[in-house]
Design a protein around this ligand. Structure first.
Ligand SMILES: [Zn+2]
Length: 335
């Protein structure tokens, strides 16, 4: 089976895409049908079944309060789903993802990338759950009321543990059947949550063995995520792939995956491509040599699968990495 056939016959899940950071400004500028016009072709070419779309508050870039910001993003997604309903729908569980595959549609699952919108009001999580949010990423690379983020490159920063309100938030998320995503959470918070003994994901994080920055995971952390029954998504953002991001290529990502496979097995891996080029429009030409997407379009997944195969991943392992592994965790935790 060639790469294209393998992709098109697999469930393909990208566990981290800042979709709404791109869609909201375009809708503000008067556009509609952004998912259909800007995304559908590349999703189809890459065999994409489901994307997990972040609610990310750009509070450093905008003066909008995080709750309004999150509501605006969800509203924009609902508007897009009603306009592009022939091809996209909101995924609430594992069955929805399977249905997307059967009906040749794209399922969009909502995830927090930081608890800022709830501003300490733990019970607001119930409202977001009703709105369709199924994944709780506690924080971005900054500090908030629930958790502390690993700062991008400051290896000396220790930071604080999950706060008591953060622990209540996690407990409620568990009761509701939401998946906890520890990407960006600092090491103290990571070990604190891992002790809970339930499956957690690192939706878009690479390995410190190959790119030693606090944002990536040590071998001990990789082993702990695997032991929890969770998955780790390979992140295609150059700065997480290589200590010198200028040198990062698809093969650099494959090297992270080979390291993980040898350590914890391919069954704990998934894709969290973290495409940023669309939203890093401010980047200068010089910055773009450092901050770029190694896989800027899902259409390039075919080439990525070819390279995985060349690196010794079996068809079965590749199917798992493309989506089956993430689906297994979604099914177990979310239902
Ligand atoms: Zn992120």
């Amino acid at each position: 089976m060639n790469a294209k056939e393998l992709l098109q016959s697999s469930i393909v899940i990208d566990t981290h895409l800042d979709l709404l950071c791109d869609v909201v400004p375009k809708r503000r500028a008067g556009r509609t049908h952004v998912l259909r016009d800007d995304y559908l072709a590349s999703f189809r070419a890459g065999g994409v079944t489901c994307v997990v779309s972040s609610l990310f508050n750009d509070i450093e870039g905008e003066s909008v309060d995080p709750l309004t910001d999150a509501m605006t993003q969800i509203g924009a997604l609902y508007a897009e789903l009603s306009e592009c309903g022939d091809d996209f729908f909101l995924a609430l569980n594992a069955d929805d993802i399977r249905r997307a595959k059967e009906e040749h549609k794209i399922a969009v699952m909502l995830a927090f990338e930081g608890a800022e919108p709830m501003a300490g009001n733990v019970e607001l999580l119930r409202v977001f759950y009703r709105l369709g949010v199924r994944v709780l990423g506690l924080c971005w690379s900054r500090s908030n009321w629930a958790a502390d983020g690993c700062k991008f490159a400051d290896a000396g920063y220790i930071g604080y543990d999950i706060t008591s309100d953060g622990k209540r938030l996690i407990a409620l998320a568990r009761d509701l059947g939401m998946l906890i995503d520890l990407s960006h959470t600092n090491e103290r918070g990571f070990w604190s949550v891992i002790q809970g003994g339930f499956p957690v994901i690192e939706s878009h994080t690479n390995t410190r063995a190959l790119a030693d920055i606090p944002r990536n995971l040590s071998d001990k952390q990789l082993e702990a995520v695997a032991r929890s029954g969770g998955v780790i998504g390979i992140n295609g953002y150059s700065r997480l792939a290589a200590k010198d991001p200028r040198t990062a290529t698809m093969d650099t990502l494959i090297a992270h995956m080979v390291h993980e496979k040898n350590l914890i097995g391919a069954g704990s891996l998934c894709l969290g491509l973290d495409q940023c080029d669309r939203i890093h429009t401010y980047a200068s030409e010089e910055e773009k040599k450092i901050r770029f997407d190694i896989i800027p379009s899902h259409a390039m997944l075919e080439e990525f699968v070819t390279r995985m195969s060349a690196a010794g991943f079996t068809a079965c392992e590749i199917r798992g990495i493309l989506g089956a592994n993430a689906l297994r965790v979604i099914e177990k935790v979310i239902g």
